[in-house]
Unconditional design. Structure first.
Lengths: 300, 266
């Protein structure tokens, strides 16, 4: 275990691509055994941060340490000790489920006597024991993603990076994967997960770092972030598009933050509003409200 | 989670065996899913060249440079088979794995460096090319080529040449932006190399400047070496041929690593 108890430690990390600064002075801690979410809109620098952690991207400035190994100098030892689940499926599609795992048992240096058991274990975790002989081509999207996650666990890594683990999947499949990630978490694996699904971060993460334009704009547990930035409650005002527009303008004059949620306007930070609060449906504030307040992004 | 990996705290060295064998195992397992088509094209193509030239030209010319024409072409085609079965799979395979399958992202996230990735893949292609390159000799033997002890060195020649060509192919895939640009390389580089190597006709009849250029062609040195392996080595000349192939292989190896590092690590 690293002396500082951190599975991942980033200090002042900067990564530029020409005129674009993808990561701009990022600090990030992942304490051993915790699940940390990197939440941010597309282009916030989440994927670049993930690439920095595997030394596929070399930062222009800053310090990176993974499981006590300084990167990029000792990146190979760091990579040997972590599992990586990429955003884009890169399984060998003409191979079977089992063959994919055999390949990774070699790439991750699982000692020969332990290989067979490691593959069985992963087949079990990914719930693919019955499909071991199936070619990846023949698997459903959810199965492929389970295999992708399982593949990253072949060497029992103490740290796992998940880059948008449920992007593009059905809600039902997504929940299945959440259960899988939650299992890892309960076993004490340290996890860094990038996502732009707020519910995912809210459910799975001990702490969340909200990223915008390469910077961490807020750090804390989901409930802390909500309390600090969005307060206890929000009010949803429903009505015709014209009415919504009216409410929006009115609330702006009153100095309230609002956001559109498709069919309604959510009026935020109303805890101390007293009589100025509009009529509408009260609901607890959530991480989505925080995200919109901090990033100015609309949620689809 | 208890861990086996985290206890291996020390940083593995460069070109370490576990990384190379990981890359090789991946290639070998993948090969089991497509070996039929690859083996077919890698062996049938040179055989067709051999038969077409051997019989087509062979009916016009009995001997070339002191060799039976079929023997001349049979030995020359070995180098062609090595070239085709290493440079093309390297070009296309590398590009597809990089761009479409994103295999390299997965491999480089594991404890494997670009240097090991390139070396492992080139070693695998060189092994394949070494075996495929022997097909024309076997076919030529069916048509009367006499077996000789020197033939046993041919797989080694093939391996060294194949390693160089595989690395050249990886470099091409590394430097070019799109797969459609491969056509330029095939037409402007590979075809002239293929023709100006003394495979189907001796270089002696060509203008001096072409002959000089041909001496810079690794395929020419491979053709020479294979021919001499079969019919008798020629001292210093073949030492130079060997040296040329080794230098070519070494230079292409470093170039391929440079090209892929540029492409894969930002």
């Amino acid at each position: 275990m690293p002396a500082d108890g951190l599975a991942i430690r980033l200090r002042g990390v900067v990564k530029r691509y020409g005129a674009i600064t993808a990561v701009d002075g990022l600090d990030l801690d992942v304490p051993m055994g915790s699940c940390v979410g990197l939440l941010g809109p597309n282009g916030a620098g989440k994927s670049t941060t993930m690439r920095v952690l595997t030394a596929q991207s070399i930062p222009d400035a800053g310090e990176v340490s993974v499981l006590g190994h300084e990167l990029p100098r000792r990146s190979k030892a760091a990579r040997a000790a972590m599992g990586v689940v990429p955003q884009l499926d890169n399984l060998d599609t003409t191979l079977t489920v089992e063959q994919n795992l055999i390949v990774f048992s070699h790439l991750y240096r699982v000692p020969k006597p332990e290989r067979a058991a490691a593959i069985e274990r992963v087949l079990g975790i990914a719930n693919l024991t019955d499909r071991r002989e199936a070619k990846v081509d023949e698997l459903s999207g959810g199965m492929r993603r389970r295999l992708l996650i399982g593949r990253a666990l072949i060497h029992r890594p103490p740290l796992v990076l998940l880059d948008e683990p449920t992007v593009g999947l059905d809600p039902q499949v997504r929940q299945e994967l959440w259960a899988l990630i939650d299992l890892l978490r309960s076993e004490g694996t340290s996890i860094l997960m990038s996502t732009h699904y707020i519910e995912e971060a809210a459910r799975l993460c001990d702490t969340v770092t909200i990223m915008l334009a390469g910077k961490a704009v807020a750090v804390g547990s989901p409930s802390e972030l909500v309390a600090e930035h969005a307060g206890r409650e929000a009010i949803e005002v429903y009505g015709s598009p014209a009415r919504l527009q009216e409410t929006e303008a009115e609330m702006a004059r009153e100095g309230f933050a609002t956001r559109r949620t498709g069919t309604s306007i959510a009026v935020l930070r109303i805890d101390d509003a007293g009589g100025r609060a509009p009529a509408g449906e009260r609901r607890p504030a959530n991480l989505e409200d925080v995200f919109v307040l901090l990033t100015g992004e609309e949620i689809d | 989670m208890a861990t086996t990996a985290a206890t291996q705290a020390k940083e593995p060295g460069r070109l370490d065996r576990a990384a190379l064998s990981g890359v090789l195992v991946r290639e070998i397992i993948n090969f089991s899913s497509y070996w039929r088509s690859t083996t077919f094209s890698s062996t049938v193509e040179p055989t067709i060249y051999l038969l077409a030239f051997g019989f087509g030209f062979g009916s016009l010319v009995a001997t070339v440079g002191g060799y039976d024409y079929v023997d001349f072409v049979g030995t020359g085609t070995v180098a062609t088979a090595v070239l085709f079965s290493s440079i093309f799979p390297a070009m296309f395979g590398t590009f597809v794995k990089y761009k479409f399958q994103r295999t390299y992202d997965a491999i480089l996230a594991a404890p494997v460096d670009t240097e090991e990735l390139v070396t492992g893949e080139a070693l695998w292609l060189a092994m394949r090319a070494s075996v495929y390159g022997c097909t024309p000799l076997l076919v030529a033997m069916l048509f009367g080529l006499q077996p000789s002890w020197g033939m046993l060195t041919v797989p080694f020649i093939n391996f060294v040449a194949g390693y160089g060509w595989a690395c050249a192919g990886i470099s091409i895939a590394g430097f070019l932006k799109g797969i459609e640009n491969f056509n330029y390389v095939t037409s402007a580089v590979i075809t002239p190399l293929f023709l100006l190597a003394g495979t189907f006709f001796p270089l002696a009849g060509l203008p001096d400047w072409v002959q000089t250029l041909a001496h810079l062609n690794p395929l020419y040195h491979c053709v020479q070496l294979v021919r001499h392996a079969v019919f008798g080595f020629d001292g210093w000349v073949d030492l130079w041929n060997w040296l040329f192939l080794l230098i070519f292989g070494l230079a292409m190896w470093r170039l391929a690593i440079y090209a892929m590092q540029r492409k894969l690590i930002d």
